[in-house]
Design a binder for this molecule. Structure first.
Ligand code: ATP
Ligand code: MG
Length: 407
């Protein structure tokens, strides 16, 4: 029996048991059941129960119960410092805006609670007392590796467009295909994704990109993101698949493939967006294979960014079947590693002189100091100037003289 494979941890089982003993059926539900049946480690154990938040308060009297989403029926029990999210069985009211139900109704049955869930493989529940519950054919779809909406796909995706992004993301993580009618409905209502908060879409896109099957998912379902992403060129899936499963590399490839505007419109953290844009710019104009170019890339991107660039370049070349450029990409990475191994200077922080030295050498205070140091660093990056303190001090004095001559 499928449910034998659901190893509910002892502590989670105890929370379920407390609820059952008080007369409220309780189950683990959703992603954790799906992941266990797939032999994957669940991220978290979501619990659903017939108890309403007020009833949970009575059941867990004397324990810490935090109303983390009480209006949606969700309370968090904290036992021995461990949080357990417990949600009352509920049905969602009508969706006015393709995203938020206008209200939720508590006091629903387990069947109703499972019916509101997005995909059949996410609509299974289990508890040691109640057994394995699968009203919508989730285990069958799981075996067939298919994502299928619970109920009518058109209605379900129209009421919450985030499910379109979730379908693509789950496909990317699990290697599932989206069942034909669900896929047709997703394609038909994907414009509604623009109504979903950019942050929510961003989270799904991030998970999609990091998925083990991200390349195939982008190829098959990337077009569903048309409301929030420019058209994704056909080679992108192959390039993403050839990248390490790492967000910065894959994001840079996507930013190169369809422009970096989405990094800002989908509200990626500023640092993440700037880093991906910078790498994408180098993908458009790959660095030369010279020590100077390696130092300049290190200056601009830092060692981690340079590694991201090398991986992204290799992946993009592989996707284009461009072996010559792929060889150049590995040669560039070798240059970079050699520059690092030699301890080449590529940043102001590594320069053997600083602002105080510039002032002492007679450079006037203010922006001239930064300009003088930048000039020295430029010479060091080029390879014309050694990163040698005596030599750099001599040059600083020369710059100071130059400056006073022109004033
Ligand atoms: P993950 O592995 O990322 O946690 P998950 O499927 O568990 O995947 P969650 O966001 O944790 O995703 O949601 C938990 C469960 O809640 C889902 O398995 C699904 O049953 C339900 N659910 C989540 N989002 C939606 C949604 N937008 N519409 C309907 N049901 C949803
Ligand atoms: Mg989850």
């Amino acid at each position: 029996m499928a449910y034998r494979k659901i190893p509910v941890p002892q502590d989670v089982a105890q929370v379920l048991e407390t609820l059952w003993q008080a007369g409220y059926p309780a189950y683990v539900v959703g992603g954790c059941v799906r992941d266990c049946l797939l032999g994957r480690e669940p991220d978290d154990w979501d619990i659903c129960t017939a108890a309403t938040p007020d009833q949970m308060r009575r059941v867990f009297a004397g324990e810490r119960l935090v109303p983390t989403g009480e209006q949606h029926g969700t309370m968090t029990l904290v036992r021995c410092g461990v949080p357990y999210e417990i949600t009352a069985f509920r049905t969602d009211g009508p969706y006015g805006d393709s995203r938020h139900p206008d209200g939720v109704r508590l006091g629903a049955s387990l069947m109703q609670d499972l019916a509101r869930r997005d995909f059949t493989v996410n609509a299974m529940a289990y508890s040691p007392r109640g057994g394995f519950v699968d009203y919508f054919g989730g285990s069958q779809d799981l075996r067939a590796r298919v994502l299928r909406c619970v109920g009518d796909p058109r209605a379900r995706l129209a009421e919450d467009a985030l499910r379109i992004a979730r379908a693509a993301r789950l496909a990317a993580q699990l290697g599932f295909t989206v069942e034909a009618q669900t896929a047709a409905a997703a394609g038909g209502s994907c414009a509604d994704l623009s109504a979903v908060s950019p942050e929510r879409v961003r989270v799904e896109l991030e998970k999609l990109l990091c998925g083990a099957y991200a390349g195939a998912a982008l190829r098959l379902y990337g077009a569903w993101f048309a409301a929030v992403l420019p058209p994704i060129p056909a080679w992108t899936g192959g390039a993403v698949a050839a990248c390490p499963a790492d967000l910065s590399t894959r994001l840079a490839v996507l930013a190169y493939a369809c422009g970096d505007g989405f990094l800002y419109s989908l509200r990626f953290p500023r640092e993440t967006a700037l880093a991906a844009s910078a790498v994408a710019a180098y993908l458009a104009v790959p660095p030369e294979v010279t020590a100077e170019s390696a130092r300049r890339v290190l200056h601009r991107l830092g060692p981690r960014g340079a590694q991201t660039l090398a991986a992204a370049l290799t992946a993009v070349c592989a996707a284009h079947g461009d072996e010559k450029s792929a060889r150049a990409a590995s040669a560039f990475w070798r240059e970079t590693q050699q520059a690092l191994a030699r301890g080449d200077c590529y940043s102001l922080a590594q320069l053997q002189v600083n602002g105080a030295d510039a002032l002492e050498a007679g450079v006037p205070p203010g922006r001239a100091v930064g300009r003088a140091l930048a000039r020295l660093l430029d010479g060091v990056l080029r390879g014309d100037v050694p990163n040698d303190r005596a030599e750099l001090l001599r040059r600083l004095r020369a710059i100071a003289q130059e400056g006073s001559g022109t004033v």
